[in-house]
Design a protein around this ligand. Structure first.
Ligand SMILES: Cc1cn([C@H]2C[C@H](O)[C@@H](COP(=O)(O)OP(=O)(O)OP(=O)(O)O)O2)c(=O)[nH]c1=O
Length: 201
């Protein structure tokens, strides 16, 4: 069931498209919603990632062109948290520096919430988590990293798929989850809801 149904990727992130591509999946449509991603007071990182993924999927559901027909809509949201503290998506150098200062020499958690709206309108979710440990960063390492610009628009102010991996002492859990789309959970979510990946070679 579902092999000929369309897939919509509710994301503006090229990384998410590339990660789907690793599964041999090219979305029929890519549409992104512009949402306020601020955490609610006291909202836990996993709950935030799950809520924002669901919000993105629902928002894109409302943007589908008329007559598009039944489809699966997949959305994701990545949250970086150091203890209970949720780090921002770094948009300025100052923000990236604050993130790096917090992450230096410590372990932190990366959660990616996934949301899938099925053709019958039901919404299902899963969340991937990983633990990342940065080495203690020297001032030169911080400057070297800031100069890369890799941090821009990234949750927690770094991108493990770029030069930041040289500063990561350890990663436990999934690498793709940190980049923004946990492949194991994506596989489980799609296949568990009738979108049969093995029938789309
Ligand atoms: C920690 C980390 C985050 N990121 C990225 C993944 C996400 O794209 C981004 C977190 O922001 P998100 O809000 O999850 O995603 P986005 O705004 O880029 O895209 P969209 O909402 O349209 O799907 O940070 C990396 O690419 N590498 C990393 O190592």
């Amino acid at each position: 069931m579902g092999n000929d149904l369309k897939l919509v990727l509710a994301s503006a992130s090229p990384r998410r498209r590339e990660l789907l591509d690793r599964l041999g999946l090219a979305p029929d449509l890519i549409l992104a919603a512009d949402l306020d991603e601020s955490p609610r007071p006291g909202e836990a990182p996993l709950a935030l990632a799950a809520r924002l993924a669901a919000d993105k999927a629902r928002a894109v559901q409302g943007l589908l062109p008329e007559g598009f027909g039944p489809a699966y809509i997949l959305a994701a949201d990545t949250v970086v948290a150091c203890g209970n503290r949720i780090l921002p998506k770094a948009e300025t150098e100052a923000e990236a520096r604050r993130c790096l200062a917090l992450l230096s020499g410590r372990r932190h958690m990366v959660a990616t919430g996934l949301a899938l709206i099925r053709p019958d309108g039901e919404l299902r979710g899963r969340t991937g988590t990983s633990t990342v440990t940065f080495k203690r960063l020297s001032a030169d390492e911080v400057e070297w990293y800031i100069a890369s610009g890799d941090w821009r628009g990234k949750a927690g102010g770094y991108a493990i798929q770029g030069r930041a991996e040289a500063l990561v002492r350890a990663l436990s859990g999934s690498h793709s989850n940190v980049v923004g789309l946990p492949l194991f959970e994506t596989w489980q979510l799609l296949n568990g809801n009738g979108f049969c990946l093995t029938a789309r070679p």
